[in-house]
Ligand binder design. Sequence first.
Ligand code: NAD
Length: 258
Amino acid sequence: MSKTAVITGSTSGIGLAIAKALAKTGANIVLNGFGKPEEISSVTDEVAGLTTGTVLHHPADMTKPDEIAELMATAASRFGGTDILVNNAGVQFVEKIEDFPVEQWDRIIAINLSSSFHTIRAAVPAMKRKGWGRIINIASAHGLVASPFKSAYVAAKHGIMGLTKTVALEVAENGITVNSICPGYVLTPLVEKQIPDQARTRGITEEQVINEVMLKGQPTKKFVTVEQVASLALYLASDEAAQITGTHVSIDGGWTAQ
Ligand code: NAD
């Protein structure tokens, strides 16, 4: 029977690349994320063209626990549960701690951390019944190290690393693995949006942000690609990765080796 994957924040960037990679295995795919209706239907059609399974989009807002519950209930009622859960939705906000807006702190903690608590607690019972499951949390190099002006993001990403380890221990005997992926800078809309913000906060040009801030810490001096992150997720979702659990895999061009 084909597997069912739920990927939060999969209308763009890394999440979309992971959805496409999992679709190619024949899985049912539950997409989630924002976008204009025509963009969402085009992404849904594109992913549907890659799988023999069924693809649907659920619009749950990751700041809203009741909508997250509906997303997970949809996967359960349509496909009998979530086999592969990828917690990917994430947002960024860059500001000095003393000027960091409280509502941005709350929003980032909700989307980048708490939403994973809500999806995981809903997904685990069916995974336990089946004796198989894969939970992949898209953390960041910022789950391991910090950068200035990203207090909420770094706090949330460190938090998801702890959640990963805790749940992995709880479900270790149930055939369920729980891991984080820690990418360095991947050129996606999320990163592109940060370039002008960082230029403003630091008082430098956008070119300097790319070369002297973003890729300064990435020894390969190259952005990670979304396809590279998707390949790693595909591996962690496989049977071969059954003994990898409660840990993280870095894909950061050497960033956190320093
Ligand atoms: P992106 O902006 O391209 O995509 C983010 C996705 O999340 C979109 O589909 C968007 O619609 C969705 N989203 C945003 N807010 C949402 C909400 N409230 N509810 C539901 N969906 C919502 O970003 P990306 O760069 O692909 O990032 C994906 C993940 O990877 C994030 O968790 C991010 O922190 C992490 N990450 C990214 C990088 C990078 O350099 N791009 C590096 C490390 C980690």
